[in-house]
Design a protein around this ligand. Structure first.
Ligand code: ZN
Ligand code: ZN
Length: 213
């Protein structure tokens, strides 16, 4: 675990632009590529490390090509509500067979793709419960695309998540398309907060289409 955290801490924005992507969706949630196509793409572009983080499901990890691909950190992205704000929490380096984690996962395909259903289901998954399950499975919990959190005071918002065990912030994130529109804070602010609260900085493109860049 320490080795893994050290590895993450040594990554730079340049690494995230060329050979690392820790936020990829597949057709197991609302992404376009099959898990096997994601692997094919990662191999073609010589990625050093990737992570598939589907909404509320780890089913991509049952795919044989995914199982056999070595440059992978296991991941998942849970919807949740915290202080009246919809948030996404990423879990990395998780044990995909962990019971607590599996109990929080989607019970059907709709809970992994449709925004409206996910929005309501998120009430059943509090951030504390999610973070505890991620830790129980041996992983780290990271706040996804934090600049999109509609919290007026992002500092105390992040602090309150740190108080319940948050380990990291997704700092390197392109904020394209709809995420660009709902962006509420500066990336620089998140970077400063990760330093203030000694959080692990992670990054990824939130790929939903046919490119990993
Ligand atoms: Zn997200
Ligand atoms: Zn995502």
């Amino acid at each position: 675990m320490e080795k893994f955290v050290n590895y993450l801490n040594n990554l730079t924005i340049e690494d995230y632009k060329s050979k690392v992507n820790l936020h990829i969706h597949t057709s197991c949630s609302d992404g376009k590529m099959l898990p096997s196509e994601v692997i094919e793409c990662a191999k073609k572009h010589n990625f050093e490390i990737i992570s598939i983080c589907d909404h509320n499901t780890i089913s991509a990890y049952y795919d044989e090509t995914v199982k056999n691909y070595k440059n992978m950190i296991t991941g998942v992205e849970f919807d949740s509500w915290h202080k009246g704000v919809l948030i996404h929490i990423l879990g990395y380096n998780i044990d995909i067979n962990n019971e607590k984690l599996l109990s929080l996962c989607a019970k059907n395909k709709k809970e992994t793709e449709l925004d409206v259903i996910r929005l309501f289901k998120a009430f059943q998954r509090g951030p504390k419960k999610i973070i505890e399950a991620i830790h129980d499975s041996g992983g780290i919990a990271v706040l996804a695309h934090g600049a999109c959190c509609w919290a007026i005071d992002i500092d105390s918002f992040v602090k309150s998540l740190v108080d319940i065990g948050l380990d990291g912030l997704e700092v390197y994130y392109p904020y394209r398309r709809h995420r660009g529109i709902i962006k509420f804070h500066k990336t620089k602010t998140l970077e400063k907060l990760s330093e203030k609260y000694r959080l692990i900085k992670t990054g990824g493109t939130d790929a939903h289409g046919f490119s990993l860049f």
